[in-house]
Design a protein around this ligand. Structure first.
Ligand code: NAP
Length: 257
């Protein structure tokens, strides 16, 4: 199958293209640096010509809700319109597990806007809501660090490996559209503060972590808000295995959200 991966040069997109290739499919990498912009539509029609499926793994790095929502709304509308013109048979959106609870998280507002559009714009679809990658806790701590201190939420999460997520996305993209949301998460429930501390320690990065719900994530994400439901697909690689394999590597498995 011909699968266009929008965001194919990103952390998840790169792994997805590799997974599609391994499974015998042809992955087309789309990104601004490669001449395709889903926000403006530049280069999109040519890039989608003959594509069977499209996976949207784009990202926007902003902490302003209005900016994030505008970016994801415009780019999703533009992408879906181009897919209709090209006769694409399956649109797959990568979203984030727990976005319904994160009312005040700008990125989650953008993902909810994308999910709503995907369900009504006439291209057969599947939304994959994924848990955070193993690397997320340490990345978050480093992002919010001030003078050696990082306020981080004591969030329960069930993180997964980028390779495992990519394999699931490749399967979904080359399968039939489900017209539904599915959840995918790692094998174990973990605590974000513990994971951040252990990852930073393995990398020799000294940082004092202060657990708090008054930082980037509020109390509405406490308890089981970010955990998968009973029907979620659970992947294999645990945090311990991931850390043993890549913990000392600063840019391991990646993941900002
Ligand atoms: N990382 C996680 O833990 C996690 C978990 C669940 C879900 N997700 C979701 O996965 C998505 C991707 O995350 P990521 O960490 O892989 O992102 P990333 O590394 O920042 O990559 C983003 C990709 O999107 C491309 N892109 C951005 N704007 C574009 C545009 N207007 N037109 C075409 N391409 C564009 C970028 O390439 P150019 O800069 O060249 O355009 C890049 O290839 C996010 O939406 C996130 O919500 C992430």
């Amino acid at each position: 199958m011909q699968v266009a991966v929008v965001g194919g040069t990103g952390r998840i997109g790169r792994q997805l293209c590799d997974a599609l290739g391994r499974a015998g499919h042809h992955a087309r990498r789309l990104s601004r640096k490669l001449g395709v912009d889903v926000h403006t539509g530049a280069g999109l029609d040519a890039a989608l010509d003959g594509a069977d499926a499209v996976v949207d793994v784009t990202n926007v790095h902003s902490d302003l809700t209005a900016e994030v929502v505008e970016y994801f709304t415009t780019s999703t509308r533009t992408l879906l319109a181009a897919e209709r013109r090209a006769g694409v048979g399956h649109h797959v959106l990568l979203s984030v597990l727990g976005v319904d609870h994160g009312r005040y998280v700008p990125h989650y507002a953008g993902k909810r806007a994308q999910e709503r559009l995907v369900a009504v714009r006439g291209v057969p679809w599947t939304v994959v809501r994924a848990a955070q990658l193993h690397d997320f806790p340490a990345m978050l701590a480093q992002r919010v660090e001030r003078d050696g201190v990082a306020p981080v939420p004591p969030l329960l999460l069930q993180p997964l490996a980028a390779e495992d997520l990519a394999a699931v996305l490749a399967d979904v993209a080359t399968g039939r559209p489900l017209h539904a949301m599915i959840e995918v998460a790692g094998p174990r429930t973990e605590d974000l503060v513990d994971l951040a501390r252990r990852t930073l320690q393995a990398r020799g990065h000294e940082l004092r972590l202060v657990p708090t719900w008054r930082g980037v994530f509020g109390l509405e994400l406490s308890g089981e808000a970010m955990l998968p439901g009973d029907h979620a697909l659970l992947t294999e690689m645990t945090f311990d295995q991931w850390l043993a394999a890549s913990g000392a590597v600063a840019a391991g498995d990646g993941g900002a959200r």
